[in-house]
Design a protein around this ligand. Structure first.
Ligand code: 6PG
Length: 233
């Protein structure tokens, strides 16, 4: 773990992240970022809109997703829709800077198509497309992107994007693998909520069971967490 910061509120976490993003944009004309899904990003995006909308040059930012549910872009389950509702619809980001995973497409074909898109759109470093930044969340079971413990082997896939599914609902997903995520210039875990406290304690303090998580992932990211998620640290 490169760094761990605990914030009193999601909003303070979001403001800290917004300052980081602003600083990165000051030295980049094209900034590629892979977003996480779920609910945590909503607070981050709301702050980026309310406090950074006029400070950020949105022409510089290219949005990708580290995982997507295999649903249409208007579906309530869609990570794209969550991002559209909380960010894309509220800032002047060019449509050509939005690189959506088309969850409505056939899952295997779309995983391959997105992988090809990464190869054609991003710089290739170590033979792998490289993001400037990857944002990750973490579920209460410790999953990140859509690599769940029951499919932890996917983390080490030779592919950049893989079909996956949710262990309870069976919801089909497309997810980045460790190969894509670990090649990023920067990885940020943005984790909130008391339901994450136990797993985070396990991972950060390398307690029994943390080996279920990709060690390389545990060591490289910056963890930005709220005090609920950090309650046991
Ligand atoms: C997804 C995510 C997933 C998410 C975690 C945390 O598509 O659901 O990418 O990895 O980040 O499940 O979700 P919350 O922020 O809602 O707790």
């Amino acid at each position: 773990m490169k760094d761990l910061k605990i914030f009193d509120t999601k909003q303070k976490l979001a403001g800290y992240f917004g300052d980081i993003l602003l600083s990165r944009l000051s030295t980049n004309n094209k900034f590629t970022i892979a977003l996480s899904g779920g609910s945590t990003p909503k607070a981050i995006f709301d702050v980026l809109v309310s406090q950074y909308k006029d400070k950020i040059d949105w022409n510089k930012i290219h949005l990708f997703w580290g995982d997507e549910r295999c649903v249409g872009p208007d579906d309530a389950e869609s990570n794209y829709k969550m991002t559209y509702d909380h960010l894309i619809s509220k800032v002047p980001i060019p449509q050509t800077n939005i690189h959506r995973i088309k969850g409505e497409n056939e899952i295997d074909a779309e995983a391959k198509a997105y992988e090809q898109h990464l190869k054609h759109t991003l710089p290739i470093v170590n033979g792998i497309p490289q993001f400037d930044m990857v944002l990750l969340g973490m579920g209460s079971d410790g999953h990140t992107a859509s690599i769940f413990p029951h499919q932890i082997n996917l983390w080490d896939s030779a592919d950049l994007c893989v079909p996956a599914w949710h262990p309870e609902s069976g919801q089909r997903r497309i997810s980045f693998t460790g190969k894509t995520i670990n090649n990023a210039k920067e990885i940020f875990f943005l984790i909130t909520g008391k339901d994450k406290a136990e797993k985070l304690n396990e991972i950060i303090n390398k307690k029994a069971g943390y080996k279920n998580y990709p060690a390389s992932l545990v060591d490289s990211p910056v963890f930005l967490i709220d005090k609920d998620a950090g309650a046991l640290l």
